[in-house]
Design a protein around this ligand. Structure first.
Ligand SMILES: C[S@@+](CC[C@H](N)C(=O)[O-])C[C@H]1O[C@@H](n2cnc3c(N)ncnc32)[C@H](O)[C@@H]1O
Length: 192
């Protein structure tokens, strides 16, 4: 397993490098659709890189960062509320957030289905989900996936169209944008 709890300093120092310009622009386009002072939850937030990039898009967002590793969360900025929790059991009421973000985190979740059920529960009606991850069908994505599995991580990497199909079973409509071996996915909860 990757010892995230001890790696906060490294993600704090180098974490932004994992987010190229196209991914930052995709994030800003996603956030544009939210109401003013929207409540946004970053799941698997680590040191809060995605929160920081979100605030660079829009400074009115009310951000919460959730992650099981306290040693990562301690580096989050002062404008971000932090909560120690895994994606599979989020300590929030139903219908609490306008949007959920996941940056390079989904593939670390042990139980992806449980995480999506939780995200659906805590999102408001018409809530939105942003995912950034690596495509295991591309060479670099495949190498990252193999490396992580060797390190004892779950390696839950999805090809974007398969992830979109999976999200449909949880009531989301999703569109992906691909940038080489990286992709973003913008999803919206359909009316029940
Ligand atoms: C590669 S880091 C990415 C952190 C951050 N999102 C970023 O972009 O810098 C993956 C994060 O997923 C977290 N993580 C691992 N298992 C998790 C789980 N079951 N639920 C939520 N987060 C988890 C780790 O603690 C770590 O902070």
């Amino acid at each position: 397993m990757i010892p995230f709890n001890k790696l906060g300093w490294a993600f704090h120092r180098f974490g932004k490098r994992i987010y190229p310009q196209e991914v930052r622009q995709s994030l800003c386009r996603f956030l544009d659709a939210l109401p003013s002072e929207a409540k946004v939850l970053d799941v698997g937030a680590g040191t809060g890189v995605l929160c920081e990039l979100s605030l660079a898009c829009r400074d009115d967002l009310v951000l919460t960062a959730a992650d099981p590793a306290k040693g990562m969360l301690q580096y989050c900025g002062e404008h971000v509320q932090t909560v120690v929790a895994p994606a599979e059991t989020l300590p929030f009421d139903n219908d609490s957030f306008d949007a959920v973000l996941m940056g390079e985190a989904l593939h670390h979740f042990r139980d992806v289905d449980a995480a999506f059920l939780e995200i659906k529960r805590i999102l408001k009606p018409n809530g939105m989900l942003f995912i950034y991850d690596f495509n295991p069908k591309k060479l670099k994505g495949k190498l990252i996936a193999k490396g992580e599995i060797l390190l004892g991580e779950p390696g839950n990497f999805f090809e974007p169209s398969i992830l979109a199909t999976k999200l449909a079973t949880f009531g989301f409509k999703a569109n992906s944008e691909q940038y080489g071996y990286r992709y973003t996915l913008h999803a919206k909860m359909l009316p029940q």
